[in-house]
Design a protein around this ligand. Structure first.
Ligand code: GGG
Length: 347
């Protein structure tokens, strides 16, 4: 029987609630499809930081390398640990170390979920560059606390990094509806973003079957709200992708439905799957967090592992659940009830 080892990092706040929910759906799906998922849980989180001074142990990356995939909940507990410390101590180093350069975030309405838009027939695949750009962590501060203080943060865009994410986007567009939106702000950022546009235009020569449009990020943000059905694959830098995918989450009904996959396309290291949402301290452990984004992320994990039938089955069960009105209104159904409904629809 096929077997996969999964590292579980529930993290903070509702991350713990939704990871448990997602795992129970994954275990059920595996049982029915005839493969084994073995989960090993790691307590790496802001609580761990308070105890040890680190978000994960020094050998954390090497520990994770042995797994087939990682399922992560959420990171952050700002009253205890500054968000910049928790993000740069756990999530970002994993993405970077495992060359998970493609952050894939699907945006479409599930049946029974009412988004805020009149448009319903949209199906957008946002692909966010995930290992460099604005989140490179390069910079510094001088004259701290004085009137002369200066803070500098440098965005790093490498030819290899931009080419590989755009090529990934072109391939996805080719496999979908053949449309690619490449996002920059190249009228204002005249080095890195012009560089990105140039690489987009060069790669387009290799993909004559893909219709490419370059957008400025502000115009694309408006288009996601005004005409989301006009978009297919959207490729953006780390920061722009982060922001645009919260718009994507909003138009699909909320962050409770926004799934994501941090993919290492070369498969040289594990990929990581996580809901887009954060730890939501205000509703942590109240039992009302929506588990659907995590369950969907889990389906993306199975798809990546090659268990496509089980992945499809999970998505059908999610769709059957929301079509019945379960998990479609924030806070109405308890995490456990939504999870149980998805599990019941699976079997
Ligand atoms: N689900 C993981 C999580 O906690 N996300 C919150 C967050 O701020 N993520 C930043 C990022 O995706 O770069």
């Amino acid at each position: 029987m096929k077997s996969y080892s999964i590292a579980l990092i529930p993290g903070d706040g509702i991350g713990r609630d939704v990871t448990a929910a997602g795992w129970s759906v994954l275990e059920t799906a595996a049982k029915h499809a005839g493969f084994v998922l073995t989960g090993t849980e790691f307590p790496w989180s802001c609580t761990f930081f308070k105890e040890t001074g680190r978000m994960m142990p020094q050998d954390g990356i090497e520990t994770l390398r042995a797994f087939d995939a990682i399922l992560l909940g959420a990171v952050g507990w700002p009253t205890e640990v500054p968000d910049s410390v928790s993000l740069h101590g756990l999530l970002l180093p994993i993405r970077k170390a495992f060359v998970q350069y493609a952050n894939i975030r699907p945006h479409r309405l599930l049946p029974g979920v009412t988004g805020p838009l009149r448009a319903e027939n949209f199906d957008i695949l946002c692909i966010r560059e995930n290992t460099e750009g604005e989140y490179s962590g390069a910079g510094g501060r001088v004259h701290q606390g004085t009137q002369d203080e200066v803070a500098v943060e440098t965005s790093i865009f490498t030819r290899a990094g931009v080419e590989r994410i755009l090529r990934f986007g072109f391939e996805q567009a080719r496999a979908r509806r053949g449309k690619l939106a490449s996002v920059t702000k190249s009228n204002a950022q005249k080095y890195s973003m012009v560089f990105w546009d140039e690489i987009t235009n060069k790669l387009a020569e290799d993909y004559p079957d893909v219709a490419v449009t370059s957008y400025h990020v502000d115009a694309l943000a408006a288009r996601m709200i005004m005409a989301p059905e006009s978009l297919d694959v959207v490729v953006a830098s780390n920061l722009f992708g982060d922001i645009l995918t919260d718009i994507g989450a909003a138009i699909q009904g909320g962050l409770g439905y926004a799934a994501s996959a941090n993919i290492n396309p070369d498969r040289s290291a594990p990929s990581m799957f996580e809901p887009v949402h954060g730890s939501a301290p205000d509703i942590a452990h109240l039992g009302i967090a929506n588990p659907i984004a995590t369950i969907w992320s889990g389906a993306m994990m199975l798809d990546h592992l090659g268990e496509t039938a089980a992945a499809d089955r999970i998505m059908k069960a999610v769709e059957a659940t929301t079509a019945r009105g379960i998990g479609t209104i924030a806070g109405k159904d308890r995490t456990e009830a939504v999870t149980a409904a998805v599990v019941a629809a699976l079997i």
